[in-house]
Ligand binder design. Structure first.
Ligand SMILES: Nc1ncnc2c1ncn2[C@@H]1O[C@H](COP(=O)(O)OP(=O)(O)OP(=O)(O)O)[C@@H](O)[C@H]1O
Ligand SMILES: [Mg+2]
Length: 250
């Protein structure tokens, strides 16, 4: 069997002596798999996600990409290989859409023509008309359009791994469903290895190949949607699943 693309072994994370954010986490993500990380606010989702692009480092334990520790990787190489959609999009406000999407290619030293053509390709992929959108600033976009730009930016250097932190979090239900639908269609076409954070159980059941449930820094269960529905390992998982929309996705 192939080694996992992403793995975490016995990882704990503390911010100072009193703030224990992650406790003894183990998990693996296989090639092409989408793992959804679900948990309430403050449970450690963003912290866990950022271990994989080196924006956070564990207090103990090991974080690996293709069995190589993240801590020994070159930061620019990590940027190329790991796309990141930050919580609330995280676009640079004084940069245009084109500059934001072209950020990683610029760091990698791509020629301007290659960058421009890649930006056009990506804006088309996320269904934003390049001529109309490329010179706009983030403030001139709707929330859903900003999320699409953030998604395009994460895909710019064609990374094999994509980390998404509540990419559809702040959107109204209709826009969210539309972007989830596009996400599923992109997922089928692009074959990326992904971790996506959400606190929406419907989204987790719909988009995750597997789901990891985090509570107060502990991993309570990790399994397919069917595993969780048929054999919830913890009362908290039962409660969480009660919050799914009536009759959805089961
Ligand atoms: N740099 C930091 N220093 C101190 N505490 C931190 C730091 N970053 C995060 N924390 C704390 O760690 C805990 C987990 O934060 P994290 O951002 O991972 O939560 P989350 O699950 O992503 O929450 P949300 O759903 O609100 O985004 C929180 O209690 C937070 O206050
Ligand atoms: Mg978060």
């Amino acid at each position: 069997m192939n080694p996992p693309v992403l793995s975490i072994r016995d990882v704990s994370k503390e911010f100072g002596p009193d703030v224990r954010v992650l406790e003894h986490i183990d998990l693996e993500v296989a090639e092409g798999e989408t793992l959804v990380l679900i948990g309430e606010s403050g449970s450690g989702k963003t912290t866990l996600l950022r271990l994989f692009n080196g924006l956070t480092h564990p207090s103990s334990g090991e974080v690996c990409i293709h069995d190589e520790p993240v801590r020994v990787k070159d930061p620019i190489d990590l940027r190329r290989r790991v796309g990141y959609v930050q919580q609330d999009a995280g676009l640079l406000p004084h940069w245009t859409v084109e500059e934001n999407v072209g950020l990683v290619p610029r760091l990698l030293g791509w020629e301007p023509e290659r960058r421009t053509s890649r930006v056009h390709e990506l804006l088309n992929l996320v269904q934003l008309e390049p001529q109309q959108f490329r010179t706009r600033y983030p403030i001139e976009l709707s929330g859903g359009q900003r999320q699409r730009v953030a998604f395009a930016r994460a895909l710019a250097a064609d990374p094999g791994i994509v980390l998404l932190d509540e990419p559809f979090g702040a959107l109204d239900a209709i826009t969210r469903h539309e972007l989830q639908r596009q996400f599923l269609s992109l997922k089928q076409r692009l074959n990326k290895t992904m971790i996506m954070v959400t606190h929406d159980v419907d989204e987790a059941l719909q988009l995750g190949d597997r789901i990891a449930v985090l509570k107060e820094g502990r991993l309570l269960q990790i399994g397919t949607p069917v595993d969780l529905l048929n054999a919830p390992a913890h009362d908290y998982v039962v409660q969480l699943l009660r919050h799914q929309s009536h009759g959805a996705h089961a």
